[in-house]
Design a protein around this ligand. Sequence first.
Ligand code: S3P
Length: 441
Amino acid sequence: MTRVVPSTVQVRRATRPLSGTVEVPSDKSLSHRAVLFGALAEGVTHASGVLDSADVRSTIEAVSALGAVVTVAAGRRGLDVTVEGWGPRGPVAPDGPIDCGNSGTTVRLLAGILAGWPLSVELRGDASLSARPMGRIAHPLVAMGAQVITTDGHLPVTIAGGVLRPIDYASPVASAQVKSAVLLAGLRAQGRTSVTEPTLSRDHTERLLPAFGVDVLVAHDACRASVEGPAVLSATDVTVPADPSSAAFPVIAALLVRGSEVHLPGVCVNPTRTGFLRVLERMGADVHEARRRSVGGEPVADLVARHGAALRPVTVNASEVPALVDEVPILAVAACMAEGVSRFEGVGELRVKESDRLEATVYALSALGAEVRAGEDWLEVRGPARLRGAQLSSLGDHRLAMAWAVAGLAAEGITTIEGFDAVCVSYPGFLDDLAALGADL
Ligand code: S3P
């Protein structure tokens, strides 16, 4: 990555409309999976449009340390990546611990992959990742027969894999990372491995495994997915569309700044990811999808977001949260502009993301002058707020850095964001894209 992103950024209130087209970066969840599944597969996988960000680089380095041969070149959009997988030979023992950086998807999916091989591998991460719960993957993988030694339920984690038994796992959390870890381990067990979740989480693993020649049985109504093991993946070609979670920031920026119109081509609109669009629609926002099509088994559309009528407050139910789990802080920014109380129910999972995003949202939006409260698993915003610029920190969390920058466009005066370079985790070009739309930074 060549882009230099400043660690402190100042955002001024937008005095003119945001307008233009933003090619938001490629989907992070799909980029991880394209590289990881390519590493498991026999043959050479070509993945185009892979996200060029710190998180995906962690996955590329991890699979390379385990014996996959990866080449990376700049593509028209993101990276063109080839992965020569280890296939049925399996991964090789790495030279030392594998550093997963800030990436929960890397560490949790890799744990599931390693569970089925006779190696002992230590997985580590940065301070944020080391504070996140790993018991949620250790528990089912141990039940399948792997040895998973955590550090009080956290990283570092050592996985000593081996012969696995299939499992019918009722996950207590709706988490695509947990579901994927168990299904990937299930590929090495003899028989059917199933995962049932309380609410359906993003289903990229279920959609992408068939492209690698592995059948996945899905019962979406029952929030259940199963694989039949043992199964070996076959290399394939994958194209990664743009990331809806990254698109949420320019979309909501357009809704907050008078006269704006922003176009975002080729965004993944998988319904397990686009809960934020449904919520914005209930708020009365002018956001439209055009040219719906399919790219690599994922629905894709061009989005157009326009500033329009005043936003209405909204209630988000717990069952909607998995489909917008990464978008709650930026939706809370939008809720500041709606007249009345917006409430997000069942958002406790936000406390164990890259930061405690509930506490962080209360801290930052209160500092900007909004009325915000949170409980253990709910968040409430009373609008409309008259936001005033403030000195904020990203707390090292990429999505917070971007949410505070968008709030700054609607705040009087100057909003300063420290630790802004956290955006490199998922959207290194965010600042350039905002500036290209006309924001004053
Ligand atoms: C992800 C799943 C979500 C999400 C994360 C990426 C994935 O986490 O928050 O940004 O790629 O599977 P959980 O599965 O823990 O909710």
